[in-house]
Write a protein that binds this ligand. Structure first.
Ligand code: GAR
Length: 195
């Protein structure tokens, strides 16, 4: 099977949904869960699932992005991954890192891209008066949240929604969308998926 490294910074609920999907005749298996945040909740969840974990703490590199990414690459490459899935990994990566994994890297973003790149996506959607929100899985390219979109899932925005309400509704869809896109990606299917 193809080896999939999953990059996280937090609770790792998307990581869990991806890891759980990779069983049976699935073309992939998780080879590594890496966090840039020591003690991130997802690390324990990965260990409980028997997946190798690593931490590369960006704070150890005191703002030297190049040194941070050089370390990241060396730690990740020791696992010889065929694909990299960013799942709530909250560091912006430079073209050096992205170029190293060109064509192999996916990310999930909690908006209907190209709308609301960056942070606070749910508040932006509410403030804009949008009728719906959602999430996107895209290939990672040098443009932040800008690579080819491989799949999207939509939810309604309800009148009294807070950003937290909306985030929770979208997250349920993230857990369906990301595994569905990953399996297609590993099989070389690039037609956009809509859920
Ligand atoms: C998810 O909602 C993901 O879409 C978002 O962080 C959350 C991580 O949750 N990612 C971004 O905002 C990327 N800029 P998780 O750790 O439970 O998967």
């Amino acid at each position: 099977p193809k080896k999939v490294a999953i990059l996280i910074s937090g609770g790792g609920s998307n990581m869990v949904s991806l890891a759980k999907s990779m069983t049976g005749d699935h073309p992939g298996r998780p080879c590594l869960v890496l966090s840039n945040v020591p003690g991130a909740g997802g690390l324990q969840k990965a260990e409980d699932m028997g997946i190798a974990t690593e931490v590369v703490d960006h704070r150890d590199f005191k703002g030297d992005r190049e040194a941070f990414e050089t370390k990241l690459i060396s730690v990740i490459d020791a696992y010889e991954p065929d694909a990299i899935a960013m799942a709530g990994f909250m560091r912006i990566l430079t073209p050096t890192f992205i170029g190293h994994y060109a064509g192999k890297m996916l990310n999930i973003h909690p908006s209907l891209l190209p709308k609301y790149k960056g942070l606070h996506t749910h508040q932006h959607a509410i403030d804009a008066g949008d009728a719906e929100a959602g999430c996107s899985v895209h290939e990672v390219t040098a443009e932040l949240d800008g690579g080819p979109i491989l799949g999207q899932a939509r939810v309604p925005i309800l009148p009294e929604d807070t950003a937290d309400d909306l985030a929770a509704r979208v997250l349920v869809k993230e857990h369906l969308l990301y595994p569905a896109v990953l399996v297609r990606f590993l099989r070389g299917e690039t037609e956009m998926l809509s859920l």
